[in-house]
Design a protein around this ligand. Sequence first.
Ligand code: SF4
Length: 367
Amino acid sequence: MAITPQQRRPAPADEPSPGAEPTAGAEPTLAAEPTPAAESALAPSPAAAAPPLLEVRDLIVRFGLVRAVGGVSLELPGGQFGLALVGESGSGKTTIGRAVLRLVPAAGGQIRFAGADVTALRGRALKSYRRAVQIVFQDPAGSLDPRMRVGPTIAEALLAHRVVPRKQAPERAAALLAEVGLDEAFASRHPHELSGGQRQRVAIARALSVEPRLLVLDEPTSALDVRAQARILELIGRLRGERNLAYLLITHNFGIVSELCERTVVLYLGMVAEAGPTAALLAAPAHPYTRALRSAVPEVDPALRRSRVILHGEPPDAARPPAGCVFHPRCPLAIARCLTEVPQLAQVRPGRLVACHRADEVLSGAV
Ligand code: SF4
């Protein structure tokens, strides 16, 4: 499920990427034409009646015989809110983000944005959606056109969505650069003349240029050195307040979610292992997988230096998932029941969902 730089490079903001359109066969529920209701649902709604900004229900994504996402549900309210999707490589977190952006087709389930069925959007409604939801990729070197200078890169998005008249585009691009902490002199540089952190700032400025309502941040710091990582995280934290931003933060690193995300969904082999308010989930993980991921980042809790849970082995082949609990081959708490019986995602505390036969024991500290 590797993603090439070419696949990662976003299309100009108003154009679907090649292959981005799902086939009719893959998505039999697609409506032929947008309804007025679907178009109007992309406009801000009165708070009292507002549906969640993003609502994913029982999402399934397949790549051939491989079920990359196996029935995931999640919800993101509008406004200043971060939802983290956390898991190792192959957990399905990036695929969920790409399905939200319609870069991969859903084989089942629903994705709704401000109440509108995303898979049914066409024409103006689809263009509005492509403006409202922007992505920042892991590798800014792969997502920026190496031949284009920074200013025109940002202006291209501004003009594609008619955010400003052509004459005002350079000025707006400079203001966006300033907003992400770059001097306007950067507008005349090419991507190769920038550091990794500076390139990621440009990618964020371009994403913000069309005034999105939702950002998909796909491992936005994992290609950067530690200092640049800290600065980009600080920038995201600042922008969420200034821009009233909602975002999906896709990461393998629990260390970055505590400051930036109100809610966290932990994924394993395309399914939700655990979900809940980030603070509660970090304070007392209820799933052994969450516990292991958290213990890998002792800065979350220095006491964890003494209780590191080593996770052995790799996630299993998604084409041949294990019977019972898919985590059982790596789980230090597996019992006989886990080898045959699939644990259902169930509420163990208000707002906390866990798929583990032993969640109550884990939460109570009995194991
Ligand atoms: Fe481990 Fe069993 Fe819980 Fe799966 S159900 S996480 S194998 S204890």
